[in-house]
Design a protein around this ligand. Sequence first.
Ligand code: NAD
Ligand code: FES
Length: 284
Amino acid sequence: MFEVISNEVLTDNVHRMVIKAPRIAKSRQAGQFVIVRSDADAERIPLTIADADVAAGTVTLIIQALGDGTRRIVGIEPPDGLKDVAGPLGLPTHIEKWGKVACVGGGVGTAVLYPLAAAAAEAGNEVTAVIGGRTEPLVILRNELAEFCDDVLVATEDGSLGTKGFVTAVLQELLDDEAKRPAAVFAVGPVGMMKAVAEQTRPYGIKTLVSLNPIMVDGTGMCGGCRVTVGGEAKFACVDGPEFDGHLVDFDELASRQATYEKHEKHEACRLAQQLNEMKRGQK
Ligand code: NAD
Ligand code: FES
């Protein structure tokens, strides 16, 4: 069992969980992930390792509770624990000293972006974080990123914080200004956002890395669930990624593969909401 040390609500359905996992804390590198099961009969959920504390032997996971598997994980409170945490999995982030780096995070994707931004700053880059969400409470990790980024710029779709619009509008301002133009860009978030960022940086020839989150099952390259096409070749995000050159990713295929189970997921979400309401009514 992997003991849950803390479980805190960051925003709407998004939790930050610190768990005891000394071996993973020691060996993990930025960009890697774990596959978690809350109980023996639960779904396997891939989660990026947002942070680690080697001395305390803990790792931090940020979890958006959407389906049954993630809801069960965020429902576990200290001192209980998670049944399985397998990892670290995936390839570590490729970091160089590029100079100016823009780290673009859309919504919950900012949780995956956080360790990449930290590694880029650690390598001596000048890091500007560009993060966004639909509205202010959905913009996560702003203060945490400010601890090591040179600047943190925010965009919200309703204009409640920072620039009104998508993160891509803020990135475009950096691209338009030669003095601020980044030499490398990391983008993590919804597929449409990562595709948009890759199209923005392509004309400038700016190195653009995206972190992909296709459906994963085993996390070991055996099941083929996480197949993506990159540069015309089939790759498995769990062993060849999760990071890839954004200019080479077939985002349309990724979006269509992700949509395969959307109907089932919506049905499951409705069923869970109904169950919760029935439980609440039973408690009254
Ligand atoms: P969201 O749909 O609310 O979008 C968050 C922000 O991303 C928006 O406010 C906007 O700034 C930007 N954005 C979204 N679509 C865009 C587009 N087409 N063009 C330009 N910018 C765009 O996101 P959310 O609900 O907070 O997060 C859920 C999404 O994030 C899911 O799609 C999930 O798959 C994805 N996600 C991806 C990763 C990853 O590793 N790539 C990790 C976690 C979540
Ligand atoms: Fe099975 Fe990647 S999750 S091949």
